[in-house]
Design a protein around this ligand. Structure first.
Ligand SMILES: Cc1cc2nc3c(=O)[nH]c(=O)nc-3n(C[C@H](O)[C@H](O)[C@H](O)COP(=O)(O)O)c2cc1C
Length: 218
Protein backbone atom coordinates (compact mmCIF):
# COMPACT_ATOMS: atom_id res chain seq x y z
CA UNK A 1 0.00 0.00 0.00
CA UNK A 2 0.97 3.64 -0.31
CA UNK A 3 -0.79 6.94 0.22
CA UNK A 4 -0.15 10.70 0.39
CA UNK A 5 -1.25 11.98 3.83
CA UNK A 6 -1.88 15.51 2.50
CA UNK A 7 -4.38 14.43 -0.15
CA UNK A 8 -5.49 10.84 0.47
CA UNK A 9 -7.21 8.98 3.30
CA UNK A 10 -5.10 6.46 5.16
CA UNK A 11 -6.43 3.08 3.94
CA UNK A 12 -5.31 1.30 7.13
CA UNK A 13 -7.37 1.20 10.35
CA UNK A 14 -4.56 3.01 12.25
CA UNK A 15 -1.94 5.48 11.07
CA UNK A 16 1.32 3.72 10.19
CA UNK A 17 3.32 6.99 10.45
CA UNK A 18 4.33 7.01 14.11
CA UNK A 19 4.56 3.20 14.09
CA UNK A 20 7.34 3.54 11.49
CA UNK A 21 9.51 5.87 13.58
CA UNK A 22 10.35 3.32 16.26
CA UNK A 23 11.58 2.87 18.87
CA UNK A 24 11.35 6.46 20.12
CA UNK A 25 13.23 7.24 23.33
CA UNK A 26 11.09 8.89 25.95
CA UNK A 27 11.82 12.39 27.16
CA UNK A 28 10.39 12.09 30.66
CA UNK A 29 10.53 15.78 31.47
CA UNK A 30 10.17 17.52 34.81
CA UNK A 31 9.79 21.27 35.20
CA UNK A 32 8.38 23.95 37.48
CA UNK A 33 5.98 26.77 36.67
CA UNK A 34 6.85 30.38 37.45
CA UNK A 35 4.50 30.03 40.46
CA UNK A 36 6.45 27.01 41.71
CA UNK A 37 4.04 24.25 40.64
CA UNK A 38 5.99 21.10 39.73
CA UNK A 39 5.25 19.17 36.55
CA UNK A 40 6.23 15.83 34.98
CA UNK A 41 5.25 14.45 31.55
CA UNK A 42 6.54 11.99 28.93
CA UNK A 43 7.44 13.17 25.40
CA UNK A 44 8.35 10.54 22.80
CA UNK A 45 9.08 13.20 20.19
CA UNK A 46 12.43 13.70 21.94
CA UNK A 47 16.02 13.45 20.71
CA UNK A 48 19.62 14.40 21.20
CA UNK A 49 20.76 16.88 18.52
CA UNK A 50 24.51 16.95 18.94
CA UNK A 51 27.07 16.05 21.58
CA UNK A 52 29.63 18.88 21.50
CA UNK A 53 28.10 20.57 23.39
CA UNK A 54 25.26 18.18 24.25
CA UNK A 55 21.94 19.55 23.00
CA UNK A 56 18.43 18.07 22.96
CA UNK A 57 14.97 18.80 21.62
CA UNK A 58 11.38 17.80 22.23
CA UNK A 59 8.26 18.47 20.22
CA UNK A 60 5.01 19.22 22.04
CA UNK A 61 1.64 19.06 20.32
CA UNK A 62 -0.85 21.66 21.53
CA UNK A 63 -3.96 20.60 23.46
CA UNK A 64 -7.14 20.36 21.32
CA UNK A 65 -8.31 23.73 22.72
CA UNK A 66 -5.12 25.41 21.50
CA UNK A 67 -3.36 25.61 24.91
CA UNK A 68 0.38 24.95 24.80
CA UNK A 69 1.82 22.10 26.88
CA UNK A 70 2.84 23.03 30.44
CA UNK A 71 6.36 21.64 29.93
CA UNK A 72 6.90 24.12 27.08
CA UNK A 73 5.52 27.09 29.00
CA UNK A 74 7.54 26.17 32.11
CA UNK A 75 10.78 25.78 30.14
CA UNK A 76 10.26 29.14 28.44
CA UNK A 77 9.38 30.98 31.65
CA UNK A 78 11.95 29.50 34.03
CA UNK A 79 14.71 28.65 31.54
CA UNK A 80 15.07 25.05 32.74
CA UNK A 81 13.70 21.52 32.66
CA UNK A 82 15.13 18.09 33.50
CA UNK A 83 15.13 14.81 31.60
CA UNK A 84 14.67 11.58 33.54
CA UNK A 85 15.32 8.19 31.93
CA UNK A 86 12.12 6.14 31.65
CA UNK A 87 12.74 2.53 32.67
CA UNK A 88 10.82 -0.74 32.80
CA UNK A 89 10.60 -0.48 36.57
CA UNK A 90 9.09 3.02 36.35
CA UNK A 91 6.74 2.28 33.43
CA UNK A 92 3.46 2.75 35.36
CA UNK A 93 4.66 6.09 36.75
CA UNK A 94 5.63 7.23 33.23
CA UNK A 95 2.11 6.43 32.05
CA UNK A 96 0.40 8.11 35.03
CA UNK A 97 2.51 11.24 34.53
CA UNK A 98 0.91 11.73 31.10
CA UNK A 99 -2.46 12.42 32.73
CA UNK A 100 -3.84 15.93 32.33
CA UNK A 101 -4.24 16.73 36.03
CA UNK A 102 -5.77 19.92 37.47
CA UNK A 103 -3.20 22.73 37.77
CA UNK A 104 -2.65 22.32 41.52
CA UNK A 105 -2.11 18.53 41.37
CA UNK A 106 1.42 17.13 41.01
CA UNK A 107 2.22 14.18 38.74
CA UNK A 108 5.01 13.27 41.20
CA UNK A 109 2.39 12.85 43.98
CA UNK A 110 -0.12 11.05 41.74
CA UNK A 111 2.51 8.59 40.49
CA UNK A 112 4.01 8.09 43.98
CA UNK A 113 7.47 9.24 42.89
CA UNK A 114 10.32 10.36 45.14
CA UNK A 115 12.02 13.62 44.17
CA UNK A 116 15.67 14.64 43.90
CA UNK A 117 16.46 18.32 43.33
CA UNK A 118 18.47 19.38 40.28
CA UNK A 119 21.80 21.02 41.19
CA UNK A 120 21.59 24.02 38.85
CA UNK A 121 17.92 24.90 38.62
CA UNK A 122 16.08 23.45 41.62
CA UNK A 123 13.79 21.48 39.26
CA UNK A 124 12.54 18.24 40.89
CA UNK A 125 13.84 15.09 39.21
CA UNK A 126 12.63 11.49 39.51
CA UNK A 127 14.89 10.12 42.24
CA UNK A 128 14.48 6.47 41.20
CA UNK A 129 15.41 7.13 37.59
CA UNK A 130 19.07 6.17 37.00
CA UNK A 131 19.96 8.99 34.58
CA UNK A 132 19.11 12.71 34.45
CA UNK A 133 20.02 15.70 32.29
CA UNK A 134 19.64 19.25 33.60
CA UNK A 135 18.52 21.10 30.47
CA UNK A 136 18.78 24.84 29.88
CA UNK A 137 16.16 26.31 27.55
CA UNK A 138 17.53 27.79 24.30
CA UNK A 139 14.60 28.49 21.95
CA UNK A 140 11.21 27.39 20.66
CA UNK A 141 10.37 26.79 17.01
CA UNK A 142 6.64 26.68 16.21
CA UNK A 143 5.25 24.68 13.28
CA UNK A 144 1.59 25.18 12.38
CA UNK A 145 -0.23 21.91 11.62
CA UNK A 146 -3.66 21.10 10.19
CA UNK A 147 -5.30 21.40 13.61
CA UNK A 148 -4.60 22.71 17.11
CA UNK A 149 -3.27 19.26 18.11
CA UNK A 150 -1.21 19.08 14.92
CA UNK A 151 0.47 22.39 15.77
CA UNK A 152 3.74 21.95 17.64
CA UNK A 153 6.28 23.74 19.78
CA UNK A 154 9.77 22.33 19.24
CA UNK A 155 11.91 23.21 22.23
CA UNK A 156 15.71 23.25 21.97
CA UNK A 157 17.92 23.05 25.05
CA UNK A 158 21.52 22.52 26.07
CA UNK A 159 22.45 19.84 28.61
CA UNK A 160 24.30 21.59 31.41
CA UNK A 161 24.67 18.73 33.90
CA UNK A 162 24.50 14.94 33.51
CA UNK A 163 23.70 12.59 36.43
CA UNK A 164 24.29 8.82 36.17
CA UNK A 165 23.64 6.54 39.17
CA UNK A 166 26.78 4.59 40.09
CA UNK A 167 24.91 1.28 40.00
CA UNK A 168 23.77 2.01 36.41
CA UNK A 169 27.36 1.66 35.18
CA UNK A 170 29.35 -1.42 34.12
CA UNK A 171 32.84 -1.94 35.58
CA UNK A 172 34.33 -0.42 32.37
CA UNK A 173 32.29 2.77 32.77
CA UNK A 174 29.53 2.27 30.19
CA UNK A 175 25.78 2.52 30.81
CA UNK A 176 24.54 -0.90 31.89
CA UNK A 177 21.52 -1.00 29.57
CA UNK A 178 20.60 -4.60 30.38
CA UNK A 179 20.28 -3.58 34.02
CA UNK A 180 18.63 -0.17 33.44
CA UNK A 181 16.12 -1.50 30.87
CA UNK A 182 15.04 1.80 29.28
CA UNK A 183 11.57 1.79 27.72
CA UNK A 184 10.72 3.38 24.36
CA UNK A 185 7.55 4.18 22.40
CA UNK A 186 6.41 2.05 19.51
CA UNK A 187 3.22 2.74 17.50
CA UNK A 188 -0.34 2.47 18.83
CA UNK A 189 -0.40 1.72 22.59
CA UNK A 190 2.80 -0.31 22.30
CA UNK A 191 6.14 0.14 24.03
CA UNK A 192 9.39 -1.79 23.91
CA UNK A 193 12.03 -2.40 26.55
CA UNK A 194 15.74 -2.34 25.70
CA UNK A 195 17.54 -5.36 27.18
CA UNK A 196 19.83 -6.58 24.40
CA UNK A 197 22.49 -4.76 22.43
CA UNK A 198 24.89 -5.84 19.71
CA UNK A 199 28.08 -4.19 18.52
CA UNK A 200 29.20 -3.17 15.02
CA UNK A 201 32.27 -1.16 14.05
CA UNK A 202 32.65 0.64 10.69
CA UNK A 203 35.37 -1.14 8.70
CA UNK A 204 38.31 1.18 7.99
CA UNK A 205 36.93 4.07 10.09
CA UNK A 206 39.48 6.66 11.20
CA UNK A 207 40.35 6.71 14.89
CA UNK A 208 38.59 10.08 15.15
CA UNK A 209 35.36 8.79 13.58
CA UNK A 210 35.48 5.66 15.71
CA UNK A 211 35.97 7.71 18.88
CA UNK A 212 33.00 9.89 17.88
CA UNK A 213 30.75 6.86 17.47
CA UNK A 214 31.94 5.21 20.67
CA UNK A 215 31.74 8.49 22.59
CA UNK A 216 35.33 8.21 23.79
CA UNK A 217 36.08 10.89 26.36
CA UNK A 218 38.28 13.80 25.43
C1 LIG B 1 4.81 7.67 26.34
C2 LIG B 1 4.13 8.96 25.99
C3 LIG B 1 4.74 9.80 25.08
C4 LIG B 1 4.16 11.04 24.77
N1 LIG B 1 4.77 11.83 23.85
C5 LIG B 1 4.26 13.06 23.57
C6 LIG B 1 4.91 13.92 22.65
O1 LIG B 1 5.95 13.59 22.07
N2 LIG B 1 4.36 15.14 22.42
C7 LIG B 1 3.23 15.55 23.06
O2 LIG B 1 2.79 16.69 22.84
N3 LIG B 1 2.59 14.75 23.96
C8 LIG B 1 3.08 13.53 24.23
N4 LIG B 1 2.44 12.72 25.14
C9 LIG B 1 1.30 13.24 25.88
C10 LIG B 1 1.76 14.16 27.04
O3 LIG B 1 2.57 13.42 27.94
C11 LIG B 1 0.53 14.70 27.78
O4 LIG B 1 -0.20 15.55 26.91
C12 LIG B 1 0.91 15.45 29.05
O5 LIG B 1 -0.27 15.68 29.81
C13 LIG B 1 1.56 16.78 28.77
O6 LIG B 1 1.86 17.37 30.00
P1 LIG B 1 2.26 18.89 30.23
O7 LIG B 1 1.15 19.77 29.63
O8 LIG B 1 2.29 18.95 31.72
O9 LIG B 1 3.59 19.13 29.59
C14 LIG B 1 2.96 11.45 25.42
C15 LIG B 1 2.33 10.56 26.32
C16 LIG B 1 2.91 9.33 26.59
C17 LIG B 1 2.22 8.40 27.55
Amino acid sequence: MKYSPATERNPLPYSPFKACTVPRPIGWLSSVSRDGVENLAPYSQWQNLTFDPPMVMFSANQYPDGRRKDTVVNAERTGWFAWNMATWELRDAVNISAMALPDHESEFERAGLRRETADLSGVPMVADSPCHFECKYLSTHRLVGNSEVGTIDIVFASVERIHIADDALTPDGKLDVSRIQPIARMGYYDYTVVKDTFEMRIPGATAEAADGLEGAAG
